[in-house]
Design a protein around this ligand. Structure first.
Ligand code: A3P
Length: 330
């Protein structure tokens, strides 16, 4: 049945390709967190509209050796890292006296400056023209490692992976999806959301499989995949930004360090600065999400305000089982 065109784009689940329409009935499905359904494709959960983007991106994206891909689990700080990467890679262009006034991050949401492959570029068009973009091209994706387009794995392009403690990720996801759900569908309960998260039924989940896939890739090919944690970024943003710059082969020069470039980028991309900007208080993405939905508290350990000890222990147990033997602690 056709859905109302007055729905924001991100809720238009019937806006899918024929290939997607043919595939959907064969995929296991569950109730969606935001839209009506989620489907299990190649071992991860995705809504119909985004599945269309996944299929097109897997088929058509041609990675270049100079590409940089930010990969995240949803709600692990994607918006923050998009801002940091954009500011880092464009630091020569926009730094210096007077030019801060025109920095694109001051009047654009980071999601508009660093587009998602499967959630934006390949949803809007089957074959977007990306070949003419100047290097280094900077994109984002939530795709699990095993489902990345093959050219991404075959090329020398670099992957920056960011994850976050599962309890904070889940609480953040619960808040975010409730903001995005149409009012008439009511809110997801926290209990139900936690159960689904623990069962692996979350956007691009199972969460633990996602993290493990990139953790393994980073251990095997550290020059290709940088594995970052939100908590480490919060604890020592200065050192981690320098580490990021080194990994991307654009380290800060002595002069930049002396002039305070690292702190300048961190200030520009800070939660307080970004969340207070007019564009992020009142603007919307082209797909309809309000920019302010991407900024809530931006703190480590906020889960204690929502989860009982029992529930927290349950998530920890699931994590311990999943991560057993990997050497990874979240
Ligand atoms: P909370 O809901 O815990 O506040 P994503 O960008 O992947 O959607 O993740 C959103 C989470 O990152 C939200 O977490 C949001 O508040 C937080 N966030 C957004 N911008 C941030 C920033 N500049 N610094 C730190 N955290 C930020």
């Amino acid at each position: 049945m056709a859905q109302s065109p007055s729905l924001p784009k991100y809720l238009q689940d019937d806006d899918v390709s024929q290939e997607c329409r043919d595939l959907l009935p064969s995929l296991p499905s569950e109730q969606g967190w935001v839209g009506t359904t989620l489907h299990l494709y190649q071992g991860f959960w995705v809504g119909p509209r985004h599945l269309k983007g996944v299929l097109a991106c897997q088929r058509h994206f041609r990675a270049q050796d100079t590409d940089i891909l930010l990969v995240t689990t949803p709600k692990s700080g994607t918006t923050w890292l998009k801002a940091i990467l954009f500011a880092l890679l464009n630091r020569t262009k926009y730094s210096g006296s007077g030019s801060q006034g025109q920095h694109p991050l001051l009047n654009h949401n980071p999601h508009d400056l660093v587009p998602f492959l499967e959630l934006k570029l390949y949803v809007e068009q089957d074959t977007p023209d990306l070949a003419s973009l100047p290097p280094p091209r900077l994109f984002a994706t939530h795709l699990p490692y095993q489902s990345l387009p093959q050219p991404v794995r075959d090329s020398k392009c670099k992957l920056v992976y960011l994850c976050r403690n599962p309890k904070d990720t889940c609480v953040s996801l619960w808040h975010f999806t409730n903001k995005l759900r149409p009012k008439e569908r009511g809110e997801n309960s926290l209990q139900e959301s936690l159960d689904r998260f623990c069962r692996g039924v979350s956007l691009f989940g199972p969460y633990w499989d996602h993290v493990l896939g990139y953790h393994k890739a980073s251990s095997e090919t550290p020059e290709k995949v940088l594995f970052l944690k939100y908590e480490d970024m919060k604890e020592d943003p200065y050192a981690n930004l320098r580490r990021l710059a080194g990994f991307l082969e654009c380290p800060f020069s002595q002069e930049e360090l002396r002039e305070g470039m690292v702190d300048e980028i961190l200030r520009l991309c800070s939660f307080d600065n970004l969340s207070g900007l007019e564009v992020n208080k009142r603007g919307k993405l082209a797909s309809g999400e309000e920019n302010k939905a991407f900024f809530r508290r931006g703190e480590v350990g906020d889960w204690v305000n929502y989860l009982s000890v029992d529930i927290a222990e349950k998530i920890d147990r699931v994590g311990e089982e999943k991560l057993h033997g990997s050497g990874l602690k979240l």
